[in-house]
Design a binder for this molecule. Structure first.
Ligand SMILES: Cc1cc2nc3c(=O)[nH]c(=O)nc-3n(C[C@H](O)[C@H](O)[C@H](O)COP(=O)(O)OP(=O)(O)OC[C@H]3O[C@@H](n4cnc5c(N)ncnc54)[C@H](O)[C@@H]3O)c2cc1C
Length: 380
């Protein structure tokens, strides 16, 4: 076993960190306040390879490994979890689905512009009445001549309004349950597809989230992504990989919150000492640093298994569950260590506290991760 990152990976971490510090940090508060999706930074993200991190170079991507992917998401989340969520959804959901299950023509037409950052990706599984129970969806696709007609709606779609290319899951056979769901590639502007309500969110506010509505939205038959009826099964594989990304996002967010707390503890004085001199504060710092290290190792191990080509369902869910829950604790302790200043917007603590809650909800709640983990354990 070798726990060291390679020199290239250390360099990657330094480059993404420097980019995040210089290009993102100065705008974090403004983007959060105005719920502004920063499309203006997409070209710079693309220049660093961050819009096609794991997409092979032949399709315009950076061809990086799953561990490299974690490093990139972690470093973005350390500064702005909202932007990191957008990068993770673009890479880990929409682009990954097309990369894993698209045919050559679909990859040339859709994956290349996504990987180059010329187009932004969205991915629609969740509906207003089916989130955890995703197979209980109502959106339906009916074959009409040489087209599929999609009718229904998707909720909480990251990039529902700003995205250009969306992967949409819909029922193609009502009697086949989860085996009657298929995936389609739909481009924004297609007649019958309308962005719906933009969500006004607690956190992750720089990441665009909205409803997307479909009314007899006709897409050509060659937009079927993967095999007919395999959309849900493929989705589970996309999520196995995507959850490693949310684990990395959680590690990065926890690291950002921990560093803010450490810095503040060394500056703030009470009873004639810096508060870092008090054991109660030291234990919080020690516990968080330890938990973050454990979460990072679990996340990198899941990524390592993915890079080896292993099935990662168990490792991905364990990493996502643990990393997101310790991140909630890190953000909570960050506010606590800041005292009253943790409650106001002049310090980063309150934003980490708001952003972090998404990590225990998106791409499967903590309860669903426990369910997936238990199923895997019981099936052994
Ligand atoms: C900011 C944001 C971005 C998102 N981006 C996307 C996106 O790009 N694409 C997309 O498709 N979706 C996206 N989602 C949706 C997200 O994946 C869902 O919100 C999530 O899966 C939970 O579904 P739900 O909200 O319907 O909650 P529900 O499924 O209604 O769950 C409510 C509660 O019940 C619990 N629960 C449900 N079933 C069980 C069970 N069997 N056992 C125990 N407890 C259970 C849940 O854990 C939760 O605590 C996003 C959500 C948010 C908030």
């Amino acid at each position: 076993m070798d726990f060291r990152l390679s020199e290239e990976q250390e360099l990657l971490r330094r480059s993404v960190r420097e980019f995040a510090e210089i290009e993102i940090r100065p705008h974090v508060r403004e983007w959060d306040e105005h719920q502004h999706f920063p499309s203006e930074v997409i070209p710079a993200l693309a220049a660093l390879g961050l819009m096609g991190i794991q997409i092979p170079e032949q399709y315009g991507g950076a061809g990086m490994s799953a561990i490299d992917y974690c490093i990139c998401i972690e470093e973005l989340a350390r500064v702005d979890p909202g932007l990191a969520l957008s990068v993770a959804a673009h890479n880990g959901l929409c682009s990954a689905h097309i990369s894993m299950f698209g045919n050559e023509a679909q990859k040339q037409e859709f994956l290349v512009p996504l990987a180059r950052g010329e187009r932004i990706g969205a991915w629609g599984l969740t509906e207003s009445t089916s989130g955890s129970d995703a197979a209980g969806m109502h959106t339906i696709a009916t074959r009409v001549g040489e087209c599929w007609s999609i009718t229904g709606s998707k909720t909480f779609t990251t990039h529902g309004r700003v995205g250009h290319i969306m992967v949409v899951m819909a029922i193609t056979n009502r009697t086949a349950g989860s085996k009657g769901i298929s995936a389609f590639i739909v481009t924004h502007g297609t007649q019958g597809m309308h962005p719906g309500k933009k969500e006004d969110k607690l956190g992750m506010r720089a990441s665009d989230t909205s409803e997307v509505l479909f009314e007899d939205c006709r897409v050509p038959v060659d937009r079927l992504l993967g095999e007919e009826g395999r959309g849900f099964v493929d989705t589970m594989q996309v999520l196995d990989a995507g959850r490693i990304g949310i684990a990395a996002l959680s590690v990065g967010l926890a690291q950002g919150a921990y560093e803010a707390a450490l810095r503040y503890a060394q500056e703030r004085k009470a009873f004639g000492k810096t508060i870092s001199a008090f054991q109660a504060i030291q234990w919080k710092l020690a516990d968080n640093a330890t938990r973050i290290e454990a979460a990072r190792l679990m996340t990198y191990r899941a990524a390592y298994l993915k890079d080896r080509g292993d099935r990662t369902t168990l490792a991905s869910s364990m990493a996502k569950l643990y990393a997101s829950e310790i991140a909630v604790q890190a953000a909570d302790d960050c506010v606590q260590i800041h005292g009253g200043y943790g409650f106001v917007k002049d310090y980063p603590a309150e934003k980490f506290f708001r952003d972090v809650k998404l990590t225990t909800i998106g791409e499967g709640t903590s309860e669903i991760q426990r369910l997936v983990i238990a199923r895997q354990l019981l099936a052994r």
